[in-house]
Design a protein around this ligand. Structure first.
Ligand code: SF4
Length: 74
């Protein structure tokens, strides 16, 4: 079952924690230094994508590690 992950990118500080923990889902943008949620679409400034179950555990850890709490999972 896919799981929707949300990124409130405006408030991302580009600390790289999510990229280190879940590189299959995150990159740092060369343009603005913030994290990019790979394959995501943007709605009302919130980036979102369905991730696969095998990537869930790493993303839960990324969510917990995010210092500004801008990654949300259900
Ligand atoms: S862990 Fe949070 S603040 Fe750090 S780059 Fe990822 S989304 Fe941005």
């Amino acid at each position: 079952m896919p799981v929707k992950i949300l990124h409130y990118r405006d408030r991302c500080i580009g600390c790289n924690a999510c990229v280190e923990i879940a590189p299959q889902t995150w990159r740092i943008s060369r343009k603005d230094g913030k994290a990019v949620l790979l394959g995501s679409v943007v709605k009302k400034n919130v980036h979102m994508v369905d991730i696969h179950e095998e990537d869930l555990e790493a993303n839960i850890r990324a969510c917990e590690a995010c210092p500004v709490k801008v990654i949300r999972l259900p």
